[in-house]
Design a protein around this ligand. Structure first.
Ligand SMILES: Cc1cc2nc3c(=O)[nH]c(=O)nc-3n(C[C@H](O)[C@H](O)[C@H](O)COP(=O)(O)OP(=O)(O)OC[C@H]3O[C@@H](n4cnc5c(N)ncnc54)[C@H](O)[C@@H]3O)c2cc1C
Length: 361
């Protein structure tokens, strides 16, 4: 089961005027638990002015090319945790960090010779940067193209490191910076927002779209939707398009891939048994009421969770028996859903008896 551990901050680096990257010291006895895959994230649990807050941050370091366990956080306006991390966190402080999770990756193999097409916007570069460094290190015959959208030149996170990688791996790795409002005269082709039209233009000009592509997208929601739609227009298969959401997708509910429509389901009351750390607890939960996760939290079970909005998979559990529906799912793969995994923040029982386990992840 995913667990929080107290880790010491070993380094803080200012990456841009509003972004810091933070490295943690992982003691030898936790090295195995904190092993991660490129593109994964951790959840921080913090107490800020008496309020317990949980936020997820993707790892920007590579598990293979580097010996570093580093996240990056960009300040959001009035954001509680991101402003704390930027302004108040110090080297030597301890933070509660959950073991790594997430599905924003594809399996790497030294024998692959793939074409990776990466799209990042703003802080969305964080998991993408980990993917770039790892692919370059592991798959010597694969190529990567990164389309990176930012407001202007000064807001580019990891700019120098990306430049260095591009020089070092010239021919295998290329970066296209797209600026909304460039500070200096800049190519009109690369100026503006990543709309559907702009994405189509860039892909037609810079990518051989008739070759198979493994695509990763992380950034603001409209940008991600535009890119996904354009890739689909170019016939890129769904399973080759990987998306990481940083914010809950409330404004996008209409596009939600509902696992099962809940309309017209009669209200029933189920016995839901929750297995956590080897112990079983049973609750009565309404099929149309609170989620399984919220019921656990209300009853003081120390279950793992973070966003509560179906975009991270921190609250993942496995159905052992019975039937459950999810309202939304932006985080589990279809394979995981087939295997019986659920996001408990979105889950409601639909059979008389249900057993779910947080221990089988
Ligand atoms: C799987 C996952 C991975 C993530 N990885 C990263 C990462 O690598 N780097 C990173 O900087 N963030 C990342 N995030 C986002 C991060 O978890 C927080 O949501 C973000 O730092 C804002 O938290 P806050 O407490 O500062 O803001 P809050 O106090 O929660 O929110 C303040 C205001 O900002 C808005 N807001 C919240 N998040 C964002 C956002 N991302 N962009 C714009 N407006 C927002 C809210 O709607 C609210 O109005 C990730 C999120 C997820 C789910």
């Amino acid at each position: 089961m995913a667990k929080f551990h107290s880790l010491t901050v070993s380094n803080i680096r200012k990456e841009t005027d509003d972004c810091v990257s933070i490295s943690f010291n992982i003691p030898d006895n936790l090295k195995e638990e904190f092993r991660f895959i490129q593109g994964q994230y951790v959840t921080l649990k913090m107490n800020i002015e008496g309020e317990e807050l949980r936020r997820s941050y993707s790892l920007c370091s590579s598990p293979i090319a580097e010996n570093d366990f580093r996240i990056a956080s960009k300040k959001v306006s009035n954001g509680k945790v991101s402003n704390f991390l930027f302004e108040r966190l110090k080297v030597g402080d301890s933070l509660e960090v959950m073991t790594p999770m997430g599905n924003f990756y594809s399996k790497l193999d030294p024998s692959h010779s793939k074409n990776y097409l990466l799209f990042a916007g703003g802080s969305g570069i964080t998991p993408v940067f980990s993917i770039i460094k790892t692919v370059l290190n592991v798959e010597k015959d694969s190529t990567i193209k990164l389309f990176f959208g930012n407001k202007d030149e000064s807001s580019v996170i990891f700019k120098e490191a990306l430049n260095d990688l591009e020089k070092k791996h010239s021919g295998r790795f290329g970066v296209y910076h797209i600026f909304e409002k460039p500070q200096k005269p800049y190519s009109p082709d690369l100026t503006g927002l990543l709309t559907r039209e702009k994405t189509e233009e860039l892909l037609s000009k810079h990518v051989e779209m008739d070759k198979p592509q493994e695509c990763f997208i992380c950034g603001p929601l409209p940008m991600m939707n535009n890119i996904k739609d354009t890739l689909e227009k170019f016939q890129v298969p769904k399973e080759s398009i990987h998306i990481e959401y940083f914010t809950t997708v409330l404004e996008d509910i209409a596009r939600a891939e509902k696992v099962e429509i809940q309309n017209n389901i009669p209200e029933t009351i189920s016995n839901v048994t929750v297995i956590l750390d080897g112990s079983e607890t049973t609750f009565k939960i309404k099929s149309t009421g609170k989620s399984i996760l919220d019921t656990c939290i209300d009853n003081d079970l120390d279950v793992p969770f973070a966003c509560k909005g179906a975009v991270c998979c921190t609250c993942k559990a496995k159905i052992i028996s019975g039937k459950v529906t999810m309202d939304m799912n932006y985080a589990l793969t279809s394979h995981e859903v087939t295997m019986g995994y659920i996001l408990t923040c979105q889950s409601h029982p639909q059979s008389e008896n249900v057993t779910v386990s947080y221990d089988e992840i």
